[in-house]
Write a protein of this length. Structure first.
Length: 416
């Protein structure tokens, strides 16, 4: 299986940068400055620019090169944790609101992608959540009931019906029609940024916003590493996991692993092909890209830095390679009827999530001119779309209860 493996993100390897943006070389003013260059900043800049606001987006790296580059690009209504788990954590009503917002976000991203020249590899998919363990089967059945109750088109699978549709064993599974989607996250960032620029946004790459001064009466001042300043009426920090120390609430940082195959001819033993999530730990998920590559990810470990080191010292690259071998082996075991599975890209990346798996979106209590969008976790792409919509409503003064669901101040999310 391990033939011509590249240790890099498949998305950025397969698509040369669709566009490069200049760095900021003068002092500027704007109504709204969005700090970041990933999917969160791109979605937010797009919404604000389309609403007619004078918007600037400023990114330290080339666009799409943060966590977004290593995202699997899967969109489902639940990721690592199912909806029943979320309902236990935050209550059924809030969980159902989150689920509705995520459903709307998939629809919105589908609409956006179809409006771009490049549809960003977006494809609607069915989804399967399953378990091999008898002790977890009740959880799948509860999830099925909740989804059925919420109006989704779902089927409950058992070991017999499961084996008629998939070549791997399952004790119970929930198959949902049209409940998921796959996208190329790197192309999506570029698609959204290009649309934002068309709507009037000014976009700068390779420009790091170093300090934020909101002490002035009239504007917030962002000072960039090269000494240039951005004077903005309103700032939205969407600069990824690095800003979590300002917000608190990150429950867990782990390293997750991903393998992408060469394109395959067929998907024997894989109904759909659908997005697959295994319920139990270590988590495992599979999907299929528009160009018929299989993507398998998960097998999370404790946190390692980007060089595969623990505490910046201990070299764990052999342990990482073992995880990649394990993903390759698991894929072969799950789909013995798919011939010539050849791994082409493997990569590992730190990933973080909050306790209730929801993002942190909104303002801190002591600030009216700076908002945050920390869209982490398995559904970061959907959360980025939600952040764009809800933050725009907040800026426009629309009374919005839904934003409270993601507020930096929600009870367990006190600054640590
Ligand atoms: C391995 C892995 C798999 C994942 N799979 C999925 C998935 O299948 N589906 C899904 O929805 N989500 C997934 N996620 C989560 C998702 O990828 C992230 O939540 C999302 O990409 C975060 O986007 P972002 O824009 O908030 O942050 P990032 O993509 O990290 O972008 C942050 C940006 O901010 C810029 N920046 C940082 N500091 C500054 C500064 N001071 N000034 C200017 N710019 C700055 C950086 O240069 C970068 O461009 C996955 C994550 C990982 C790690």
């Amino acid at each position: 299986m391990m033939k011509t493996m590249v240790h890099a993100s498949a998305w950025t390897s397969l698509t040369p940068a669709p566009k490069q943006y200049a760095w900021l070389d003068q002092d500027i003013t704007c109504q709204v400055a969005v700090v970041g260059g990933g999917i969160s900043a791109a979605m937010i800049a797009l919404r604000f620019a389309q609403a007619g606001l004078d918007t600037v987006m400023v990114s330290e790296s080339p666009l799409g090169y943060g966590s977004t580059a290593v995202s699997s690009g899967i969109m489902t209504l639940s990721g690592r944790d199912c909806l029943t788990c979320m309902a236990e954590e935050i209550g059924p009503e809030r969980a159902m609101t989150a689920s509705r917002l995520m459903t709307e976000a998939i629809d919105q991203i589908e609409k956006l992608c179809s409006s771009f020249d490049d549809a960003c590899g977006f494809q609607r998919m069915d989804s399967l959540r399953y378990t091999e363990r008898p002790e977890e089967a009740a959880k799948i059945r509860r999830e099925y009931s909740l989804r059925l109750h919420s109006g989704m088109e779902v089927e409950l699978l058992d070991s017999i019906t499961g084996s008629q549709q998939f070549t791997f064993p399952m004790e119970a599974g929930m198959y949902a029609k049209n409940a998921a989607a796959q996208v190329d996250p790197y192309r999506l960032v570029h698609g959204a940024a290009e649309a934002a620029e068309k709507a009037g946004a000014r976009i700068y790459e390779n420009t790091s916003a170093e300090t934020l001064d909101e002490s002035g009466e009239e504007a917030v001042i962002l000072e960039c590493a090269n000494g240039r300043t951005i004077k903005a009426d309103y700032v939205i920090m969407a600069s990824g996991i690095g800003m979590s120390h300002m917000l608190g609430g990150i429950d867990e940082v782990r390293t997750t692993y991903m393998l992408v195959t060469e394109p395959v001819a067929g998907f024997a033993g894989w109904r759909g092909p659908c997005v697959i999530h295994r319920e139990e730990e270590p988590r495992l998920y599979c999907s299929v890209t528009e160009d018929r590559r299989i993507l398998i990810g998960g097998l999370d470990s404790y946190y390692m830095d980007e060089k595969g080191r623990v505490a910046g010292v201990l070299d764990m690259s052999p342990a990482m390679d073992k995880r990649f071998d394990s993903l390759a082996m698991t894929l072969k075991e799950m789909f013995p009827a798919i011939p010539d599975l050849t791994a082409e890209y493997v990569f590992a990346s730190p990933d973080a999530s909050t306790k209730d798996t929801l993002p942190i979106i909104g303002r801190l209590p002591d600030s009216s001119r700076v908002a945050y969008a920390l869209c982490c976790g398995d559904n970061g792409i959907l959360f980025a779309e939600i952040a764009g919509r809800l933050l725009l409503q907040q800026y426009q003064g629309v009374d919005n209860q839904e934003l409270g669901l993601f507020s930096p101040g929600r009870s367990w999310r006190v600054k640590r």
